[in-house]
Design a protein around this ligand. Structure first.
Ligand SMILES: C[S@@+](CC[C@H](N)C(=O)[O-])C[C@H]1O[C@@H](n2cnc3c(N)ncnc32)[C@H](O)[C@@H]1O
Length: 398
């Protein structure tokens, strides 16, 4: 896959000044995680999720499943495009190995869409246990450390009847009210983030495989298992501090790795044409202030003496950065004028990945100059591409 670290343009054209930006973001907490339409449009107009699944596939070659199962954790299932692609790869590599996948998701809408993507996995790989949960990263092994959460736990077990995807789809769709109840949220008074109202775990597997899977189906209470693979794909806001990312996400997940287990972390890193679009309007913007090196430095600080159990793969840009692109037809970009829907999609993907708050967008979309700026960048590069970076944390065998 093409790698690029294009230099952003330095053109000064500040449509919105920095003080106004700050004032706007103080007024309303920016919550890009809830920006459903932008997320769904971005997923469908770029190949990021497929590029991430391919990157994860490179790690799967190091997995050596041990009885009784291969255990995975998805640190933010989103719409499950990445997860379902990863499972396809794993089911192909290990067709007879029981797979337990714990997928964390706070958004009920994502759970609903994500479940749809799982239907065919139960058909192709009957020895699958899918666990959906809204528990925090620190409780990824399904044992809330907080006593109140543990006592309030809403734990459900669903056995799918039959052998066909038609029936599974119907049965999973009938669970929507159950998820509506379990995934109800409230807004945090301090951060504005959505918080679960009740800690929930839903365990789904095929009825006709329950004897085979019995030993690996998670049950409420003490868990003695760890994860062989953890995927943390775009798990945070880019501008969140390295300390927070290390302390609240990477370190707790690392502790949940089994001996020999690996965690792949992926985040956007910019220095690409999409950032160039952004800099046309916000020349001083630094959308990705926390790179992988800063995060790993903090993870080392947080883990302290525990570091002796872990190995970090902190590669050069050449190896760590991979690109993905927006889908376009060659004729769309080469022609005299680019179609409006392509321009909208390119603008949406650029502001989405660079996490520009809605309030800041209002000022620049009013006069339409954003379409001119987007056209210029699309024509310059013959399309639009973006950069993500990855790093790996693994646990030593002993
Ligand atoms: C836990 S994250 C990621 C979910 C899933 N692992 C994925 O990669 O799509 C869920 C939120 O991250 C955001 N997100 C996903 N991909 C993103 C990207 N490339 N740039 C910025 N935000 C992204 C979306 O708003 C989504 O609701």
């Amino acid at each position: 896959m093409a790698k690029t670290t294009e230099k952003p343009m330095s053109r000064k054209k500040a449509a919105v000044t920095a003080p106004v930006q700050e004032k706007a973001s103080q007024k309303t907490e920016f919550r890009f995680y809830d920006n459903r339409q932008n997320y769904l449009s971005f997923i469908n107009t770029t190949n990021e999720k497929s590029a991430i699944a391919k990157r994860a596939g490179r790690e799967f070659q190091y997995l050596r499943p041990m009885p009784p199962a291969l255990r995975l954790y998805d640190a933010g299932m989103g719409d499950a495009t990445v997860l379902s692609d990863c499972l396809r790869d794993l089911h192909h590599r290990f067709p007879t190995v029981p797979v337990v996948v714990v997928a964390k998701e706070i958004s009920m809408e994502d759970v609903r869409i994500g479940l749809d993507k799982m239907v065919d996995r139960f058909c192709e790989h009957p020895a699958t246990v899918l666990v959906l949960t809204n528990l925090n990263y620190a409780d990824c092994r399904l044992m809330p450390s907080n006593v109140a959460s543990a006592n309030a736990m809403n734990w459900q077990e669903i056995r799918l009847e039959g052998t066909m995807s038609y029936g599974y789809k119907q049965q999973l769709e009938s669970l929507h009210p159950l998820f509506a109840h379990g995934w109800e949220t409230q807004t945090s008074k301090t951060t504005g983030n959505p918080l679960f109202k009740r800690p929930s775990v839903v365990v789904i597997y095929r009825q006709d495989h329950h004897i085979l899977l019995d030993a690996v189906i998670p049950k409420p209470g003490l868990q003695s298992w760890y994860f062989d693979f953890i995927l943390a794909s775009q798990p945070w806001r880019a501008r969140t501090s390295a300390r927070f990312k290390a302390e609240k996400i990477v370190a707790p997940l690392a502790r949940a790795l089994a001996p020999g287990g690996r965690m792949l972390v992926i985040q956007s890193c910019g220095r690409d044409p999409a950032e160039e679009v952004i800099r046309e309007f916000w020349p001083d913007e630094n959308p990705f202030p926390v790179d992988r090196h800063a995060i790993l430095t903090e993870v080392r600080n947080v883990l302290g003496r525990e570091m002796r159990h872990f190995k970090f793969r902190e590669e050069s840009d050449e190896k760590a950065i991979f690109s993905y692109r927006m889908h376009t037809l060659p004729s769309e970009i080469g022609g005299a004028s680019i179609g409006t829907s392509t321009l909208f999609a390119a603008w949406n993907a650029s502001v989405y990945v660079n996490q520009i708050e809605d309030q800041r967008l209002e000022a620049v979309i009013r006069d339409g100059s954003y379409l001119t700026a987007t056209t210029k960048v699309l024509q310059k590069y013959g399309g639009l591409h973006f950069n993500d970076e990855a790093f790996v944390v693994s646990r030593y065998h002993d």
